[in-house]
Design a protein around this ligand. Structure first.
Ligand code: BG6
Length: 501
């Protein structure tokens, strides 16, 4: 691991959910791993006035909440010395002048600064304008980088206008558009799996692969995030960003190298070759649903419309599925199915690749059921695993077959598990863009989903529902091309390899 240069990390929205649940705990883990630069300041910004001591007390509360069984006190003593607090109350333009004086003149603050926007999307341009107007984004004394959370825009046009407003004060190398999915170790494993093994490359194309499924499902409902989610919905929240990134990693050509631009060039190429979905084809390519009340872990849970902050006639989708085709030599004719949902039966993210059947079914006479295809499955969470299903002969006198799973669970006991944010924070401090999105990636992803968003926005009087705790609305099966294709829910062989409801 490289030694990082001293830097100031300023978190806007330090008191918000993202910062409390992800960023501050991730920084603490980096402290534990002893990889933060000796001279590094974490400057938290929030709307309320607070003394430094009060803020350090809150940080301790955040760490205690994260590690209820106890945390490493010695590490915390060191961690707390890094924390400072700066209030930026709404309408107080002076607070940015004070910030400028602090960062420019106080020798305790390293001059390389990373500004992390852990705020509502509408605040991104406002804060960046304020920083730019006082000259804090000029790279005279040190580097100035900005990390921008998703969603980057609301649709193609708004993403383009957000981009324009950033370019008033920043150039591209200063911008780090984060998609925390790309930072997950298991997602990076997709690349390792594909490009560090020779075994797969000959099979990784339309000649052998029948279709690909990419799923992210969650038990949780919308929780306290209705004000954001009502304006977003599942397609924007998960598919336009995280699942499109997974698709790009599965489908891209081998890059020239793992350097940021080479990697991002290949991802963009895939996104560009996704066949545009015309508005009249939206119903054949996309399906949405909303959770109704149901049962999760044996407990009754309310439907989306009963959640606090949700309009009683809302047609915001909490489930979205879509089918896309990648019109290039490798993938022509292979459907990629993407789906995501809240309040689903399980928490599970996985990439499932189904292979074609052998050209001749020599074993037909020995079976009473349709042939079972091979699957390769990459579990992303909660099980990070790699499984491959193949057919073998059942021991005995008769020639009968069964499916077995080659299970290459690759985590060894004692190996550290990091959340995505640890690595991404280090990369931003180091200036490595490989795991951050370039604007053209964001733009092309919006192009894919924009027609669907437009049609759904017009259809406001009806949405399919599904019971909380189920696998989503039944009608979603109509996306599949053939009758022998189904959503695959489980990574395990369970009687049948393809599961119906
Ligand atoms: C976020 C979405 O980007 O990703 C959430 O806004 C979603 O709605 C979350 O729950 C899923 O991320 P993870 O890392 O918990 O799978």
């Amino acid at each position: 691991m490289k030694t990082l240069a001293p830097c100031t990390l300023m978190i806007f929205g330090a008191n918000g959910n993202l910062s409390r649940l992800k960023l501050i705990p991730a920084l603490f883990r980096l402290e534990q791993a002893n990889v933060l630069p000796e001279k590094m300041v974490i400057l938290s910004a929030g709307l309320e006035e607070r003394s430094r001591d009060e803020w350090v007390g809150e940080v301790e509360g955040i760490i205690k909440a994260k590690y209820p069984k106890g945390y490493d006190k010695a590490t915390f003593e060191k961690f707390k010395t890094r924390h400072q607090y700066h209030a930026t109350p709404i309408g107080d333009a002076e607070s940015y002048n004070r910030l400028k004086v602090l960062l420019d003149e106080d020798a305790n603050y390293p001059t390389d600064v990373v500004f992390y926007m852990a705020v509502r999307p509408s605040e991104f341009p406002v804060i960046i304008d304020a920083l730019g107007n006082v000259g804090l984004l000029k790279q005279t004394a040190g580097t100035r980088r900005v990390v921008i959370e998703k969603p980057f825009g609301y649709d193609l046009l708004s993403a383009q206008s957000l981009q324009k407003s950033l370019y008033k004060h920043l150039n591209e190398p200063q911008i780090f558009r984060i998609d925390h999915y790309v930072g997950k170790g298991t997602v990076q494993n997709v690349m390792v799996f594909r490009f560090a093994n020779m075994l797969l490359e000959p099979l990784w194309n339309r000649h052998y692969i029948d279709h690909v499924q990419i799923t992210h499902s969650e038990n949780l409902g919308v929780g306290g995030r209705a004000d954001y989610y009502e304006g977003s919905g599942a397609l924007r929240d998960m598919i336009q960003s995280h699942l499109m990134q997974l698709l790009a990693l599965v489908a891209m050509e081998p890059p020239v190298s793992l350097a940021a631009e080479h990697l991002r060039d290949e991802k963009v190429k895939v996104l560009k070759t996704i066949r545009p979905i015309s508005q009249s084809a939206v119903h054949a390519h996309a399906f949405r649903g909303q959770y109704a009340s149901g049962t999760i872990d044996g407990k009754p849970v309310p439907g989306y419309l009963e959640e606090t902050g949700v309009a009683s006639d809302s047609t915001t989708e909490t489930y979205a599925a879509m089918k896309v085709f990648i019109d290039n030599w490798r993938w022509s004719g292979v459907p990629f199915y993407l789906r995501t949902g809240k309040r689903m039966a399980e928490n599970a993210s996985a990439i499932m690749i189904r292979f074609k059947n052998p050209p001749q079914d020599l074993l037909r006479a020995t079976r009473h059921e349709p042939p079972r295809p091979n699957w390769i499955m990459l579990g992303i969470q909660p099980d990070d695993c790699l499984k491959m299903e193949i057919q073998v002969k059942i021991p005995g006198l008769e020639l009968q077959t069964r499916t077995i799973s080659l299970d290459a669970t690759y985590r060894k006991e004692g190996e550290d598990e990091y959340d995505a944010y640890e690595g991404l924070l280090l990369d931003a401090m180091e200036g490595d863009h490989s795991l951050f999105l370039r604007f053209d990636e964001v733009e092309w992803s919006w192009r894919v989903v924009d027609p669907i968003l437009k049609v759904w926005a017009m259809e406001r009087d009806f949405i399919n529902t599904y019971s909380a705790g189920s696998w989503g609305p039944r009608g979603t099966y109509r996306l599949f091309d053939r009758e022998d294709q189904f959503w695959r829910h489980s990574l395990n062989v369970k009687g049948g390899d393809l599961e119906a409801y």
